[in-house]
Structure formats: structure tokens, C-alpha cells
Design a protein around this ligand. Structure first.
Ligand code: ADP
Length: 276
């Protein structure tokens, strides 16, 4: 230290320390109250989300017992039971995946897959599922190469896309849901899911990827959902080497996109299994 230099003392006083401690305590209390509220609304959501398809399954299967049903009625009831069972499976799957993400217990199984097959499957699934005639489903693929191959975990990619498409339909009552991909260059593909729905307020765009966050107030909420779909999609896309982003105009619609490498980065190559 120089001979004449003065040592400046930045030590806080006792009362300053006490004040900071109080502020930290208050912040922690607010945060833990917010977490408790989110937990409570999640638990009441789960109960509602599970009961709705369960009631449909119980109700329609007991109706099937009536002997004087005609064939068309029987088929309709079976269709409702099928749809509700798949709904229930999806809820359970999303809950299991959320728990796995929490405990970092996710296994990525990379293999060579045909990206067009994934999109054809999703298009067929949602074309059949879409009961709203005011919403058109559009598949848009910008790529000249036929049956393009991608090395990725196709199950995780499909799950991530299907959560985004589910949301697009859920929040759109009129217009379109469009999804697809563009081949950016020889290294990456850009995926997107776009809708002409209710849109997302600008101040919520950052937080919707957090667990249990839903834009609508829970008391007045008219849309179903557990608030974990986007968390799962963004975690899976991260693991596959991409990053999800969203653009939205409140009242007009939203578009979610992400880019994935055609081949995994060298650091991820050990996860890639070609033959099994
Ligand atoms: P949820 O089960 O509630 O759909 P998500 O995690 O999938 O849970 O989405 C979180 C929230 O983000 C939704 O509740 C909704 O408020 C908002 N959101 C997601 N996708 C869309 C969309 N396409 N249009 C409008 N809002 C959306």
C-alpha cells in the first residue's frame, strides 16, 4: 500500500445491516407466499383437470350399458371415451415429465429420424382432433429436400411441438393454427407454431415459460391447463440444443419458434445412439 494512501472503510453500520436483513426477510416472505399461492392454484387445477376427462369416461361408459342404443350413438360414446382417455394420459405424462425435469432425470435418446414423418403424424393427429371449424390447420414446410433426416430425440421433439400446438388451438377461437419448419442452412432447422388467437401481453412474455404461470387470473380463468406445457417444451428444446422464443401481439396472435441443429453438437454426441 502507498505510504500516504488512506484506507476507506465501507463497512456498513449495525443499523444498516439490521435494515438490510429486514428487507431480505420481507422479500423472502413475499416470494414464499407467491410460491404457496402458485402451489395451491396448481393443486386445485390438477383436481379439475383430472376430474373433467374422468367424469366423461365414467359417464359415457355407463351410457354404453343401455340396450336400445343405435350404432351411431355407441360409436359417438366410444369416441368420447377415447378422447378423454388420451386427454388423461397427456395430463399424467406432462406431470411425470415435470417431475423428471425438476429432478434432472431426463434421458435424451438421439437417433436419425425423418423430420417430415414427425410433421405428417402431427398434422394427421391435429386434423382429426380439431373440432372447431372456424380454425384452419396449416402445415408449412420450406425445404426442397425430400424426407429430410435429423439426428435428435424424435419423442421429445414431438412432445415439445405438440404442447405448443395444443396451446395454439386452446387460445384460438377463430382463424388459423400454422406450424412447420424451414431449412435455414445445412446445419439448422427453424421450427415454428403460429396462431391467430388471443395473444400474450408484453409484460408476460418472459414469465410464461416458468412453471405454473398462466396469464389469466385463476378465479376468472376460462381455459383448461396445468401451466406446465411451456416449461416442458422449453426444457426439452434446451436439451436438444435449441432455445425457444415467442413473439406475440395481444389480441392478434402468437408465434413460438426454435432452431435445432441437424446433427448434435460434439459435446452431445455421446447421447446419440444410431442402432438401437
Ligand atoms: P397451460 O396448461 O396453462 O396452457 P402452458 O405452460 O402451456 O400452460 O402455458 C402457460 C401460459 O402461457 C398459458 O396459460 C397462457 O396464459 C399462455 N400461453 C401459452 N401459449 C399461448 C398461446 N398460443 N396464445 C396465448 N397464450 C398462450
Amino acid at each position: 500500500m502507498k505510504k500516504n494512501s488512506k484506507k476507506i472503510n465501507f463497512k456498513p453500520t449495525y443499523s444498516e445491516l439490521e435494515k438490510r436483513l429486514e428487507e431480505n426477510k420481507r422479500e423472502l416472505l413475499i416470494k414464499s407466499e407467491e410460491v404457496e399461492l402458485l402451489k395451491a392454484s396448481f393443486l386445485s387445477n390438477i383436481s379439475h383437470e383430472i376430474r373433467t376427462p374422468m367424469n366423461a369416461i365414467i359417464g359415457f361408459s355407463s351410457l354404453l350399458k343401455y340396450p336400445d342404443l343405435n350404432e351411431e350413438e355407441k360409436e359417438n360414446y366410444i369416441e368420447y371415451i377415447n378422447l378423454s382417455s388420451n386427454e388423461l394420459l397427456k395430463i399424467i405424462d406432462n406431470l411425470v415429465q415435470t417431475a423428471n425435469i425438476e429432478s434432472h432425470d431426463i434421458y435424451i435418446n438421439r437417433r436419425e429420424c425423418c423430420v417430415d414423418d414427425i410433421f405428417d403424424d402431427l398434422y394427421r393427429l391435429y386434423k382429426n382432433k380439431n373440432g372447431n371449424h372456424n380454425v384452419d390447420l396449416i402445415l408449412k414446410i420450406q425445404n426442397n429436400e425430400k424426407r429430410l433426416k435429423l439426428i435428435t430425440d424424435s419423442g421429445k421433439l414431438k412432445h415439445a411441438l405438440s404442447n405448443l400446438i395444443d396451446n395454439a388451438f386452446k387460445f384460438t377461437s377463430d382463424g388459423f393454427v400454422e406450424f412447420g419448419y424451414t431449412k435455414n442452412n445445412n446445419k439448422t432447422l427453424k421450427f415454428f407454431v403460429k396462431d391467430s388467437g388471443i395473444g400474450i401481453p408484453e409484460n408476460k412474455l418472459d414469465v410464461i415459460f416458468n412453471k405454473f404461470i398462466q396469464v389469466e387470473n385463476t378465479n376468472t380463468r376460462k381455459y383448461c391447463g396445468l401451466g406446465v406445457g411451456l416449461t416442458i417444451s422449453s426444457s426439452f428444446i434446451d436439451l436438444l440444443g435449441g432455445k425457444i422464443t415467442v413473439e406475440s401481439t395481444f389480441g392478434k396472435g402468437s408465434v413460438f419458434h426454435f432452431t435445432l441443429p441437424l446433427k448434435p453438437a460434439a459435446s452431445n454426441i455421446d447421447y446419440y445412439t444410431e442402432n438401437n
